[in-house]
Design a protein around this ligand. Structure first.
Ligand code: PEP
Ligand code: MG
Length: 760
């Protein structure tokens, strides 16, 4: 028997005794008190203490053998404070022979620990989150060996279960001896989709419940692990061979990464060691995942972030093979109102959740323009992203409030926050009811100017909102969105069917289909051929369409077939020069000719438009306007290029204001030129949906705008309370000012003139 085997054997004995303690009766606190006794005895330590993490980033001494018992529930350290705090902050063991000379040693007189020189602390981990710290100490200077560190980590797994599973700390932390009420957590992130919602946390990849933590027969557990790995490999191979994953693409890459990971020797060795230490196979997989997660989270490198996501998905899969339960991210009975919590989630996965119950989404990653954000917006779901350490601070079933407007999340909110938010939500509900009641009224200003209000859409799901919002039509149908939520390129037939359904749902109201705008922030999972340094300005949109004409031809073929016998409106995005528009139009004409030659029905009329999103078009307007049937300003892109300010980067996205004299002058000039050429102009960027910005658009001459459906009620209300001529004169007088923004002056105008600017 080797040294390490002997040590493992000894620790097995400790685990066995712990198991008896765990199986015994008594309160969680009593069991914790027994655990520290057992561990101190089995590890030949004079001190064994358990610190439990409490809200507010505190570690409280919950049980001790050896330190002053009076210190229990009194001694509290901040995460990062002292050696115990350092273990929690770094989620790593700390093995110190001369504890008091460590720069982070923090002396607490109430504990009487000044006489102990040797310190070994390990984090108590669960779900990648530090739940506490387990410490052993000795008087004499000695060094704990590797095996002791490992054994203590295994014991930490047991304590983690006790902390998570029992009433050691209630979700609201009612047991604090000081009577401190806890301490809801407010997390800050970036508001990705606006709105307010309340619900119960549902983890996108929840913990798999592990029925049994310990096993006596390690050989049997190794065998179970081997069987589960074999069946998981089989599943991965079957998936790779299935049609959905045959093409190259990200989905396939992910599966291949899982397949490779599944054979990673380091990973398998660590699981094997945990089994040797006395855990069941599933507890071992979970422990290795928790350790890795806690360590990797310290590294702010996107590469490691992705590897961690792969490892999590793989461990999740393996656990399902071990426990014999099919993967299913949903709880058995999802709550009526759920807040989905994820590191990251794909658009298709989001659509898998019941849209009626899904109230909000919160993410560790994510950006405003990511695809999942686009889908969430279509679902009307508030989203907050980029919340650091989110998964470490939230548990399944925690009550959560998501404030997408201000990029904040309240976990386990107190009554005051709950009440304030409920009031806000009720107010919004009232407004929504008011908008619904006025949706049939014309969007006409007080001085008789008619404004055409249209909505943006991208999913069939959006189309219901056409009725609800009272929009006149769909001013922008983003055709890439259905592509983004698929596993592979849809062929002509499914596309035709989709466009037909869109037209049917529109019921004769005009729909403007924008051809594929992929690339940039809108990557398709199965189409990632370029690794642009600067994707927004890279190989995207019309550039892809012209370089890969088959894609666009198929799409146009589907649009022509879908609109047969009716009117078809097609619009090309991201055009930077006239030749691109001409080339795209030629493809459209070829497809019409092809359909005609085959005796197919074709649309009664075809109107072809262009999006103005690249500033270069501003200097080609006369030639452009002679060719197009309509234009639509993509202000999201136009202004990011105009100001050289990335729309997806929160540090700069709001640095420049679309209500600056410069931007409004540009828009005014554009409208004037279109009027000269008799070309209808609209604007379909997000600004059209913000009442104050829509008001400015009317001032510079826009009579047609297209906005997210949820904003149309507020915009209609603004229009109906506006005197357009007076505002136009006022704005004209401001366009030469050197101001950063005219927002304040426009707000003053609205206040003085009674123009209603609700928050949409
Ligand atoms: C825009 O750029 O303003 C626009 C409407 O297109 P998208 O947001 O889809 O890029
Ligand atoms: Mg755009």
């Amino acid at each position: 028997m080797t040294m390490s085997e002997a040590a493992v054997g000894g620790h097995r004995q400790a685990l066995r005794r712990l198991r008896t303690v765990m199986a015994g009766g008594g309160t969680a606190q009593q069991r914790l008190d027994e655990i520290v006794e057992v561990v101190a005895a089995e590890m030949a330590a004079e001190v064994c203490s358990v610190y439990v993490a409490r809200a507010g980033e505190l570690l409280e001494l919950f049980a001790t053998k050896g330190l002053n018992p009076e210190a229990v529930h009194r001694t509290r350290l901040r995460v990062g404070e002292g050696l115990v705090g350092a273990v929690a902050a770094q989620a790593r063991p700390l093995n110190q022979t001369d504890a008091q000379s460590h720069p982070q040693f923090s002396y607490r007189p109430e504990t009487g620990e000044d006489i102990y020189r040797t310190f070994l602390g390990v984090p108590i981990l669960r779900g990648g989150r530090v739940r506490g710290v387990l410490v052993i100490q000795n008087r004499e200077a000695r060094r704990y060996g590797e095996e002791e560190v490992e054994a203590l980590e295994l014991i930490g797994v047991v304590i983690a279960e006790l902390i998570a599973g029992d009433a050691l700390i209630s979700p609201v932390e009612a047991i604090s001896s000081q009577g401190n009420a806890i301490l809801p957590v407010r997390l800050e992130g970036v508001g990705i989709c606006p709105g307010l919602a309340m619900g119960e946390a549902v983890l996108h990849m929840p913990r798999v419940s592990i029925p049994q933590m310990f096993a006596d027969d390690a050989e049997q557990e190794h065998g179970r692990l081997r069987d589960a790995l074999r069946s998981m490999h089989g599943e991965l191979d079957d998936m790779l061979a299935s049609s959905g994953f045959k093409r190259p693409g990200e989905h396939r890459d992910i599966l291949l990464a899982h397949r490779r990971f599944a054979e990673d020797r380091g990973w398998l060795r660590r699981i094997g060691e945990a089994i040797d230490g006395g855990l069941t196979a599933e507890a071992a997989v979970q422990k290795v995942l928790d350790d890795t997660r806690a360590r990797m989270q310290q590294i702010l490198d996107p590469y490691f972030g992705e590897r961690l996501a792969d490892l999590e998905a793989l461990a999740f899969r393996l656990l399902h093979h071990l426990t014999g339960r099919r993967p299913g991210a949903r709880p058995d009975v999802p709550p009526e109102s759920m807040v989905l919590v994820a590191r990251t989630v794909g658009p298709a996965e989001l659509l898998d959740y019941d849209a009626q119950r899904l109230k909000a989404l919160i993410l560790e990653e994510g950006s405003a323009t990511s695809h999942v954000a686009v889908v969430a917006r279509a679902l009307g779901v508030p989203v907050v992203g980029r919340i650091q350490g989110l998964l470490a601070r939230i548990d399944q079933t925690d009550p959560v409030i998501v404030d997408g407007d201000n990029g904040q999340v309240f976990v386990r909110p107190g009554d005051d926050v709950r009440l304030t938010v409920s009031n806000h939500m009720a107010m919004r509900e009232k407004r929504r009811a008011e908008y619904a009641a006025t949706r049939g009224l014309p969007a006409c200003t007080r001085d008789g100017v008619r404004i055409s209000l249209n909505m943006n859409a991208g999913l069939l799901l959006d189309l219901q909102a056409l009725e609800d919002s009272g929009a006149e039509g769909i001013g922008l149908f983003r055709t890439e969105i259905p592509f983004m939520v698929q596993a592979e390129f849809p062929g002509v037939a499914p596309q035709t069917e989709l466009y037909r359904r869109v037209l049917r749902a529109a019921g004769g109201r005009p729909v403007i289909f924008r051809t594929l705008d992929i690339g940039g922030d809108k990557q398709l999972p199965y189409f990632r051929e370029s690794m642009d340094q600067n994707p927004a300005m890279g190989w995207r949109s019309i550039r892809v369409a012209l370089d890969r004409p088959t894609l666009m031809r198929q799409q146009l073929r589907a649009l022509i077939a879908a609109a047969a016998g009716a009117g078809l409106n097609v619009m090309f995005p991201m055009v930077a020069e006239i030749s691109e528009f001409d080339a795209a139009r030629r493809i459209l004409e070829m497809e019409i000719a092809r359909a005609r030659a085959r005796g197919r029905d074709i649309p009664d009329s075809v109107r072809v438009g262009v999006m103005i999103e690249v500033p270069s078009l501003m200097w080609q307007l006369p030639a452009l306007l002679r060719r197009v049937d309509f234009v639509s300003v993509g202000s999201n892109d136009l202004f990011q290029f105009l100001f050289a300010s990335d729309r997806g980067n929160p540090r700069v996205a709001e640095r420049y204001d679309v209500l600056s004299p410069g931007s409004l002058s540009l828009l005014k000039q554009l409208v004037a030129e279109c009027d000269d050429y008799g070309v209808p102009i609209s604007l379909c960027g997000e600004m059209a949906g913000r009442p104050i910005e829509a008001m400015a658009l009317i001032a510079v001459g826009f009579r047609n705008i297209s906005a997210p459906a949820g904003t149309i009620g507020a915009v209609r209300k603004m229009v109906r309370s506006l005197h357009a001529q007076t505002l136009a004169r006022f704005v004209d007088s401001l366009l030469d000012l050197p101001d950063h923004s005219l927002r304040g002056r426009l707000r003053d105008f609205s206040r003085d003139r009674g123009t209603v600017l609700d928050d949409p």
